[in-house]
Ligand binder design. Structure first.
Ligand SMILES: [Zn+2]
Length: 127
């Protein structure tokens, strides 16, 4: 990489001032695009990372059109695992009448996640 930069620098000395100014604008734009790509990747990572989860009980509809639940008389309650993702979204996962063996109502600890994000940020804006 070092050598490419030296070579580009040498080429730059042959350019007119106006061309160099345009080049600087172009480099700024490329840097911005790369930053944006990093932000998008970070957001995507957040969106798929579970930051909290808990078991809750909820009354439910079975979906049958003629069922009593369609008229508001719901079934259950059934256990549901509510997962909260890093971007704030939640997703519910049906569990059933019984909690899984060993599970308790409320907060469920999350297995520790890798934190690969910090390393990327601290790198200089090369490449
Ligand atoms: Zn029903």
């Amino acid at each position: 990489m070092r050598r490419e930069v030296e070579s580009l620098r040498k080429t730059a000395t042959y350019l007119a001032q106006q061309q160099l100014l345009e080049l600087r604008d172009m480099i700024d734009q490329v840097l911005e695009e790369k930053d944006e790509a990093i932000r998008d990747a970070e957001h995507a990572e957040k969106a798929k990372t579970i930051v909290a989860q808990r078991y809750v009980q909820e009354p439910m509809r079975c979906g049958k059109a003629n069922c009593k639940c369609a008229r508001g008389e719901l079934h259950g309650p059934y256990w549901v695992l509510v997962k909260t993702f890093g971007d704030g979204r939640t997703k519910k996962q049906y569990v059933g009448k019984q909690l899984p063996a060993g599970a308790r109502a409320g907060h469920v600890p999350i297995a520790s996640k890798k934190t690969s994000r910090s390393a990327r940020r601290s790198k200089p804006r090369a490449a």
